[in-house]
Structures are given as C-alpha cells and as structure tokens.
Design a protein around this ligand. Structure first.
Ligand SMILES: C[S@@+](CC[C@H](N)C(=O)[O-])C[C@H]1O[C@@H](n2cnc3c(N)ncnc32)[C@H](O)[C@@H]1O
Length: 188
C-alpha cells in the first residue's frame, strides 16, 4: 500500500514489475489519482493492470475494508497532515496506519527536508524537528506505543539519494539542500 500516493507512479510501476503482487495507492486528493486510476482499467496492451487499485481516502479515515490487508506500507514525501502524523508520531494517525497492516508488515517512510525552504510549512504544521536524532530520541518510543518497531533509520545528503520511483523523488532530488530522512518499521 502506498499512502499519499500522489499520481500513483510508484504503485503503477511496482505493479508492472511484480505481476504476482497486488498494489493499492491511496491519496486524499482525487485529482492526482485521475490519470493512472483510469489507465489501469484499459486493456493490458494499452497499459491496463489487474494487480493495482487506487482509492481516494485520507489517512485519518481509511476504509475498514483495508484493515489488516497490507504486507507493506510505503509513505514517500508526505506533506500536510500525513507529514505531521508520521513526523511527530501522532497516535491517531499511526494507529490508523497500524490498523491496515497485516502481522509483521513493513512500514517505509521517506521524507525530504530542506530546512530553509520548508521552514514556513514546518512551523505551520507545528513540526519542531525532522532529523535522524529526532527519530532516535522521540519517534522510536512513539511508534512503539502504536504497534511499530523501528528497525532502521537514517539520512541521505542531497546529491546522494538512492533511486526512488516516485514523481516527487524526481522533482526534489535536484535540490542541493534537501536531505532525505527514512525510517523502516515493523508491525508488532
Ligand atoms: C508531495 S506528494 C507525494 C506523492 C507521492 N508519494 C510521490 O512521492 O510522488 C504528498 C501527497 O500526500 C497526500 N496527502 C497529504 N495528506 C494526506 C492525508 N492526510 N491522507 C492521504 N494523503 C495525504 C497529498 O494529497 C499528496 O498527493
């Protein structure tokens, strides 16, 4: 499952590459989902896919039908309330994400931060820190309370990012001041 999937590129490409797995892209905004959610219903020769699905929903109100379904949850370059939820360890948001996880599911979160350029937005969202140290000192405990054990976390400096197959990864990776912070957790 890809939460805050945006235009759904990660879901579409992953579904094409792994036909035996099923991928679901979820986003609060219907506009960005329009193109690929139409394309997956075409004939296979025209880009149609049987193993992908897009749902318009906010992380605050994920449909019950998704409970316990995800083996993997990905959150790439979140913004707005999704960013606030995962970056501050908000209990309500993390519990909603935990609810859609199957036992032992893996949660991967990738956040791109340009401290100067994002300062206004981070202040608006009341996010004091996003850093490796903050994961260590605050988020590990917060995630644990909501049923996630953080197993790995770290930072990539600008210019040193790994390949991430999403539209925003492509857009943001050219900024030479944007650090990438990632964390991987397991549903326990
Ligand atoms: C910067 S875009 C990233 C899109 C995509 N993951 C990528 O990497 O290209 C952030 C996305 O998060 C979505 N989003 C923000 N808050 C959300 C929420 N509360 N629930 C679901 N999606 C949300 C936005 O609609 C937007 O599409």
């Amino acid at each position: 499952m890809d939460l805050g999937t945006g235009d759904g590129r990660f879901v579409y490409q992953s579904a094409r590459q792994n036909p035996s797995r099923f991928y679901i892209g979820i986003d609060a905004s219907a506009n960005c989902l329009e193109k690929l959610s139409e394309k997956i219903h075409r004939k296979p020769g025209k880009g149609g896919l049987k193993n992908a699905l897009f749902i318009q929903a906010a992380v605050e109100s994920l449909p019950e039908e998704l409970d316990g379904v995800a083996n993997e949850v990905h959150i790439h370059f979140p913004w707005g309330s999704l960013l606030k939820g995962v970056a501050t360890g908000d209990e309500g948001i993390l519990q909603n994400i935990r609810r859609i996880c199957a036992p032992d599911a893996v949660l991967e979160i990738i956040i791109g931060v340009d401290k100067q350029r994002d300062a206004g937005e981070l202040a608006r969202l009341d996010i004091a820190h996003i850093s490796r140290e903050f994961v260590e000192t605050a988020l590990i405990t917060g995630y644990e309370k909501c049923g996630f054990r953080i197993t790995e976390y770290g930072e990539y400096e600008a210019g040193d990012w790994p390949d991430i197959c999403t539209t925003w990864a492509q857009r943001l990776r050219t900024n030479d001041k944007r650090t990438l912070i990632y964390l991987i957790a397991k549903a326990v």
